[in-house]
Design a protein around this ligand. Sequence first.
Ligand code: C2E
Ligand code: CA
Ligand code: CA
Length: 528
Amino acid sequence: MLYKKIFSDNYLSKKQIISTGFVIGLVAAILFGSIFSFIQYKKRDASYTDISQDMGSYLTTLFSQLQATAKDMQPLLAANCTSSSRELTSRAAFNLNVRTFVLVRDGIAFCSSATGEMSMPLKEIAPSLDAHKNVDLEITSSTPRIQNHPMIAAWFRSPGTMDNGIFAAISINLKPYLLFSAQQRNITSIALVVGDNALTSNNEQVVGTDKLSTNPTRITQIQGYPIKLYLFGSPWRAEDIQLSVLSSLIFGLLVGSLGAYILTVHRRPEHEVLTGIKLDQFFLAYQPVMAIPGLEVRGVEILMRWRHPSAGLIPPDIFINVAETQHIIIPLTQHLFKLVAQDAVLLQKVLPAGSKLAFNLSPSHLYSPAFKNDIQALVAALPQDHFHVVFEITERGMLKEAEATEIFAWLHDQGFDIAVDDFGTGNSALIYLERFNLDFLKIDKGFINSIGVNTTTTPVLDTILALARRLNLETVAEGVETPEQANWLINHGVNYLQGYYFAPPLPSEAFVEWYLSPRNYDEIIHPS
Ligand code: C2E
Ligand code: CA
Ligand code: CA
């Protein structure tokens, strides 16, 4: 039965909890890892865009400033080198990226900021530059004068001429760019590309674009100039992957342990009981107690019922035991008191004033500091002066003698009755009967069961009844199932009968229905 499972320690075994925790942790780790990596990836992607935009606009500024300088230098093209060379030299000196400015007339370089007067066709200095273009760029590793020194050659044509203009040799050191982007450690290199040639940050020489390693992560065209910026970077860095794996593992471990912990706590039977209270899964059943000789209903015993959503109806023996051992019997009984107060409105309509309401009390509740308050709250919630409250206490509840004496006296002071429940099943029952001031003795159904079957118990039953009479206790026989048992008990002087023969414990509405329907006990001999 499912409820047995719920209330055994193995409802979810340790192994199951661990494996469930593991699965939860694994899923959490994978989820976390994916999200974490995705965020990392997005961040990196955004940083590539930022860097290439920053560097792109820097280069645009650099070239447009250079072009503006070249424009300012136009008048020098009309003069001879001797008069121009001073200004040419100072222009080159003040322009940080320019190594040399060269004046070109009719395709012939005639004046250099570095070497003064000269005469050399532009084609020889920079063979790929197209002098017919307004602006042209070339990446070259050497000029006729300077060997093995990579540079960018720039050409700015004089407006309205065929091949007059200014040539500039620009040294661009890419290292600082790389340093600048070093905060973004995922960038491995950058390159400036003109045509098929490239200047890269990790090579001193000009390299062909076909020699560039992998595909660049970003290619940025510099606005207005035939030059491109390539950015190389790995989308995944080893450190990122390590960080991602490590944090996923930690996260997975935390979530997995939390999951396992929650499962452990939630699957504990006491948690199920408390949840049952919260979700209003408990209800009460009322079993009539019949008075002899008239066999009229003298009162009811209140018995708790639990309708569990998945396990169905769970018998009280099971959950009362759990509640007692797990120390939640007090909230459970407090809940029962509330439920009784609700049902009492209906019960009051059929049960006459003075009818008994019998409650089962657990010893741990009896001796708790909350007990007296709880009882007063119960009485305050019940219809005034209608029911006569009886508390059923098992012999177990009488073990703490001093406290029991005090509590029993208090209960009597308040006008309640005390019944010894399940009498005959404990060990030291007889001693208690003498010591405590009690009102009723409920004879356990085990004795009633054996009436007419087992002849050895009847003398014991006789003795109990005789003893009860001598101690001035009224007797209630529990578990009466047949008219024969009822007859026997009546003949032996029992005061009250309770059992399936009359009615099983019934929910309040069903009880009222039973109460109002005609009853026939002709099989029982009514003693006069
Ligand atoms: P109990 O106090 O001895 O209650 C009588 C039990 O006998 C009830 O079982 C009742 O349904 C059953 N019974 C009544 N007539 C007959 C019959 O003719 N034949 C048979 N075979 N059984 C009969 P139930 O309701 O299953 O309760 C079992 C036990 O759980 C109770 O025994 C009581 O010890 C405990 N319990 C039930 N409700 C509460 C409660 O609200 N508080 C506490 N502390 N214990 C409770
Ligand atoms: Ca009882
Ligand atoms: Ca009983």
